[in-house]
Design a protein around this ligand. Sequence first.
Ligand SMILES: Nc1ncnc2c1ncn2[C@@H]1O[C@H](COP(=O)(O)OP(=O)(O)OP(=O)(O)O)[C@@H](O)[C@H]1O
Ligand SMILES: [Mg+2]
Length: 507
Amino acid sequence: MNKQRTAPKRKLSSRTTSKQKETVKLKPLEEKAEKTAASKPPKYWTPFSVKHRRKFERLLEVWKSNPELITIVNDNGVCFKKEFVIGRGSYGTEVYICLGSDGIERAIKRLPKFLCDKFLRTERDILNSPNAVESSRIVNFYLYDDTSNLDFDYLILDLCEQNLKEFIREEGESWWTESCARNMIRQVLEGLEALHAREPRILHRDLKPTNILVDVHGNLLLSDFGIGRFFPEQGATTYLTSNESGSPSWLAHECINWEGLYSDDMQKPSDTPLLLRWKEKSDIQVAGMLSFYILTKGKHPFGPKIDQLKNLHDDNPAGLSKLTDPVAKDLLSQMLAQDLDKRPYVEQALKHPYCLSLEEQMEFVAAVGNEPQLMSYNGVFRQLNNLDPSKPRSPLLPNDWKTVIGCDDLKILCEEGHRSPSAHDGSQYTDCLQLIRNTFQHRDGKLHRLKRKPPATSSLEEYFFQLFPTLPFVLHQIIREDPDWKTRPALKEFFPVINRHAVSGAD
Ligand SMILES: Nc1ncnc2c1ncn2[C@@H]1O[C@H](COP(=O)(O)OP(=O)(O)OP(=O)(O)O)[C@@H](O)[C@H]1O
Ligand SMILES: [Mg+2]
């Protein structure tokens, strides 16, 4: 059952307001200093994390008993010992818990200095950009420190509980509901929307389960922007690079050097350097892989590791057949498509019925029902009413919609309409759409009299959605193929057209 969108986006951070954030970022570098054993533990500690609570208790114990083991990085106390590590990455990254003098729990990412030009500074710049700062789907950046230690740079972030891989592994079955999975998928896409849908556009380039963080409320946040890139030019859609980067299993088709993989020749220095094309849609294909991973509690759409590259090469997301929800399957098959024209931009993916709330889906249904051309003998009319043998109506819709509503409810719904119950044809979905449209326009007192509704039904939208859960999706499938219908004023918001120029940037 489709559930509504969850709580609105949180502000910048659950605990750091935008104002605080500004203030922190404006601190001059000279003020930053790493000191050891210089300060006492904060007077107040606001326990927030569930998973890391014991680590913070231990940190405070160590701080009191052995303050020389505590390093202060710009008012945040950290103990660089194994027991306080909460994550590790490639190239020697270590992530520790740390506690601010304001009593707030944070995470500190530490990377050897010689690698920071390449990774940590890029990450800082992206995390500090308005696209990231203003999104609640991107991990909150607190500060960057490159002056206080000779060997390491530090990046301080809001603390999360774990990454998505750990979450799925550790939480077992308990967290998984269809609506929770849907919500997580939407959150990943909302994170990408923040990066892709406004200038300066940003490519993530390293989406994978360990780079998606889960906060204490179960929200997903994009993180690890070390190999992310700003598009150098406005409107660009392709980033050309000779560097093969990203993580195996989580790369889009166009970001893999297939020739190199299929050749058994050694690369010679005289060979023309290869150029890989990274696109926003590369992030989308990987987001499709992540969505499948969420829906299947940890599986990959291109199969087990041994088959993944071959299946990706052959445009064969073999796992998709396992999905039972046709709406999720439809969105994922678009996102995973090898053909870039079939892959949606993030704005388009977020308008797919799978990502719309129940209310938004029924708004779409009502908008179609309200179209002046609905009853004309056009392609949409023929398909909805199953009059075109070359384009049969989707079997996802019951053959006779009147039987689904039942005589008693139909009588109530037809009150104040122009047509009596018997004047409606159960095989014609254009009639059904008109009835829904009319009911929404004359809704007074009808809901509580209807019989075919579960007790908790709170709106006519929910009532119709429960009776015809696949109707918005089937309409979407029909209309997206019809260039005339999908550009109509009342419908075009559901089919966004994205015009980005084909400009390229290069490494
Ligand atoms: N803010 C945070 N809160 C909690 N855990 C975090 C946080 N940031 C990172 N981690 C943990 O540390 C791990 C490594 O961090 P991150 O992915 O940023 O490092 P990396 O070296 O860039 O990784 P990669 O191997 O992908 O290059 C993450 O997978 C996550 O488990
Ligand atoms: Mg990582």
